[in-house]
Design a protein around this ligand. Structure first.
Ligand SMILES: Cc1cc2nc3c(=O)[nH]c(=O)nc-3n(C[C@H](O)[C@H](O)[C@H](O)COP(=O)(O)O)c2cc1C
Length: 348
């Protein structure tokens, strides 16, 4: 099956089926209310510095697939909003454009906008040999960075997804070495895609020279769930069973933020972020920013106005959470008191 067709199937499934993990662990984080905040809500400042660039909110639009018919619309709408609201933008995997130059335009459209921080994207498994597929070269990595004028390249780790995907790549030997080589030449952010990153892996990534980590933990989109639906449609019983069994596989997003923060690298909290209160919780746990993918998908395919409205609402919710915890700025929010409740307690 072509990448283009597979990406289209992913989007349709994300739009029309239940693909979230069964539990959203952000619900188990509580911020401690401050009845005497002694600040003026209108003076709250949500600006951050991320790897030397200023964002007006600690928010990235998360990586979502390009490389198919609607990819250009999605990238255009999201890039426009990122430039207007001065937030970060992560593009979806650019592998399709390396294989089919006709698709380059669906990504390079991003270059038309002045966005404070743009992140290119490629899969970790593509950096090493996979059966008959050769590893990507550093020149190809440079090409995807230049394709969108990126400030950094995200390498996504998605082995739970690859394992359930009927046509997924199964070799993970040598990925860390390959990441090290890319990180020696370009600014690299390593991200998961729904299963989270542990402390042990985060320290290996730090040693590899990675500049930041996006956790993408368990709480939101489950890619094993997405592949469950594809396997079912293809009548692939073994993969269907695997998808169901590993539906809730991974490290809860809030725990992954805490574990990755131990490295002192900049951390992007993600996986299941739906609103401004979730954003505040991620920052309180030590994240420097968040990234939001599936919650924005429907609007991202509709219009830039709809995405903009949604993110403005999230920004306002974040400010309310900051007001009620007495935090004037993001540095203060990073130090505010939180409580881990229910299912998160057993992870601590
Ligand atoms: C439709 C869709 C497409 C995605 N495509 C990519 C991708 O190409 N590259 C990537 O690194 N992550 C991709 N992701 C994963 C997200 O960036 C994110 O890590 C994950 O979905 C968890 O965040 P969420 O719960 O906010 O969706 C995709 C997510 C969605 C919903």
């Amino acid at each position: 099956m072509s990448i283009k067709k597979r990406k289209a199937e992913h989007i349709e499934i994300c739009l029309n089926e239940k693909v979230d993990s069964d539990h959203n662990y952000w619900n188990d984080v509580r911020l401690v209310h401050n009845a005497l905040p002694e600040i003026n809500k209108n003076e709250i400042n949500t600006r951050i510095d991320f790897l030397g660039k200023q964002l007006e909110y600690p928010i990235f639009i998360g990586a979502m697939s390009g490389g198919y018919e609607k990819g250009k619309i999605l990238n255009d709408n999201c890039a426009k909003v990122a430039s207007e609201l001065k937030i970060g933008f992560c593009i979806g995997s650019q592998r399709a454009a390396l294989e089919n130059p006709e698709l380059i335009e669906s990504y390079s459209i991003v270059k038309q906008y002045d966005i404070p921080f743009v992140v290119a994207n490629i899969g970790g498994v593509q950096l090493i040999q996979q059966d008959d597929k050769s590893p990507l070269t550093l020149d190809q990595i440079e090409k995807i960075i230049n394709m969108i004028g990126a400030d950094a390249v995200a390498i996504h780790l998605n082995l739970a997804h690859e394992t359930v995907q009927p046509e997924g790549d199964q070799n993970a030997k040598g990925i860390l070495k390959a990441i090290t080589q890319v990180a020696q030449r370009f600014p690299v952010i390593v991200k998961e895609a729904g299963s989270g990153i542990s402390k042990e892996v985060a320290f290996l990534l730090k040693d590899a020279g990675v500049k930041a980590i996006e956790v993408s933990g368990l709480s939101g989109t489950s890619w094993t769930a997405v592949e469950y639906y594809r396997a079912k449609a293809q009548k692939n019983k073994n993969k269907e069973r695997l998808g169901k069994l590993f539906w809730n596989w991974g490290i809860p997003s809030p725990i992954s933020v805490l574990e990755c923060k131990a490295t002192n690298l900049p951390v992007i909290g993600s996986g299941g972020i739906r609103n401004g209160l979730d954003v505040a919780k991620a920052i309180a746990l030590g994240a420097d920013s968040v990234s939001i993918a599936k919650s924005l998908l429907k609007n991202a395919l509709k219009s830039s106005e709809d995405v903009k409205k949604q993110i403005e609402i999230i920004g306002e919710e974040l400010k309310v959470a900051m007001f009620l915890t007495g935090c004037k700025n993001i540095e203060e929010l990073q130090k505010t008191r939180y409580v881990l409740t229910r299912k998160l307690k057993s992870w601590n």
